[in-house]
Write a protein that binds this ligand. Structure first.
Ligand code: C2G
Length: 130
């Protein structure tokens, strides 16, 4: 069984996230999503609208997502990959090159970001239309 993993906050879930999951899952047989906890989001300087539990609930409802684990630190990727016997690490290409050190443990693939959609844009658009 070929196992894939990806990481992120996935706040205000949108089709850009879904298309990432769809393409990541198509690379193997099992997709794990390491979901940034609320505490880690603070470390990332990213405030999420939905809590970890709410974001986890939404991800677990997606057909392409098999397992959701918490992402608590930047440094856990290597042990996640080893402990979960991951074959492929996937991120959107805004991260291109940033995780190449993981090539020692698994395949590293950066997928193109879906254009013209982001959680930030959604937040800004809603704010301006209130
Ligand atoms: N993404 C995408 N297309 C978009 C928006 C996002 O493909 N239009 C991808 C990003 O490239 C990323 C994933 O969706 O791979 C999750 O995006 P975020 O929730 O913004 O996650 P991020 O803040 O990049 O956190 O340790 C890694 C971090 O947790 C990544």
């Amino acid at each position: 069984m070929k196992k894939v993993i990806t990481y992120g906050t996935f706040d205000l879930l949108h089709y850009g996230h879904i298309l990432l999951f769809q393409r990541a899952k198509a690379l193997g047989d099992h997709l794990t999503v390491a979901l940034s906890t609320d505490t880690f989001n603070q470390i990332k300087g990213k405030g999420a609208y939905f809590s970890y539990e709410e974001r986890k609930l939404m991800l677990e409802a997606i057909r392409y997502v098999d397992t959701v684990i918490p992402e608590n630190t930047w440094e856990q990727k290597q042990s996640d990959i080893i402990d979960n016997h991951v074959d492929i690490f996937v991120m959107g290409d805004d991260w291109k090159g940033k995780f190449d050190e993981l090539k020692e443990y698994c395949e590293v693939i950066y997928l193109s970001r879906t254009p013209d959609i982001s959680t930030t844009t959604i937040k800004k658009t809603i704010k301006n239309t209130d």
